[in-house]
Ligand binder design. Structure first.
Ligand code: DC
Length: 224
């Protein structure tokens, strides 16, 4: 069990977090949502009135940001300067901000080190954009989850609606998803890219249960 490291990468809204959480639950290991860390940095900047595209200002505040994660009954909470910001990081403004700050090497270096430290102590399912390529290059199982932009926008629409946070039309969400895809996959440092040894799963038209079953089958073969 100690050697289980599962990397799940892919674009926004492909279903990574839901799937990763379920896999971790079934295997009885922790799930680390790395996007939450980039979101916490963006939230800090927004609260300070700093533009999340302002490289110099973001680099300047990085040394003073305290980010940590905690687990209660297997559920991850993310803390920013000691405050539980697990809900506050889920707004659309923070999503765009996280995509912006994640382009800066000072942000990535710091968060990747924290992610690697957590994985060195625990078997883990980790999701993000650079887990298979950079954070856990030796992970025993690497998955790259994709889905069409429309399908991902539809899921995001329903999620925001459910949380009462819907402030965009469907078309605006498609445009935003495409903008984040572009940002995340064209940035200079650790762009979103499939690891050579990752297995691609297109989740368009598949239920969560189907995707989980496919990955659990692979995990049993690799780690069982
Ligand atoms: O997975 P998410 O939507 O919560 O991620 C928010 C942003 O953070 C996303 O636009 C890209 C960035 N990110 C990253 O660059 N690397 C990661 N490992 C995770 C997220």
């Amino acid at each position: 069990m100690k050697d289980i490291r599962i990397a799940i990468d892919g674009p926004s809204g492909a279903g990574k977090s839901t799937v990763a959480r379920r896999i971790a639950e079934e295997l009885g290991i922790i799930y680390l949502d790395t996007g939450a860390m980039y979101r916490a940095v963006a939230l800090k900047a927004i609260r300070l009135g700093i533009d999340t595209k302002d490289h110099e200002s973001i680099s300047r505040i990085m040394p003073d940001i305290d980010i940590s994660v905690g687990y209660h009954n297997g559920i991850q909470s993310i803390y920013l300067d000691g405050e539980d910001v697990s809900s506050a990081i889920r707004t659309n403004e923070v999503s765009m901000g996280a995509s912006n700050v994640s382009a800066f090497p000072e942000v990535r270096t710091r968060l990747v080190a924290l992610q690697q430290e957590i994985a060195s102590d625990n078997p883990v399912v980790m999701d993000g954009r650079d887990i298979g390529t950079k954070v856990l290059p030796d992970a025993g199982l690497k998955i790259f989850l994709t889905a069409s932009a429309e399908e991902r926008a539809r899921r995001r629409y329903l999620e925001l609606q459910e949380k009462g946070l819907l402030d965009k039309t469907f078309d605006e969400l498609v445009a935003e998803i495409e903008e984040r895809d572009h940002n995340d996959s064209t940035r200079e440092h650790s762009p979103l890219k499939k690891a050579e040894d990752a297995v691609v799963i297109d989740t368009t038209g598949k239920t969560i249960d189907e995707v989980v079953a496919i990955i659990m089958g692979m995990a049993e073969k690799r780690f069982g």
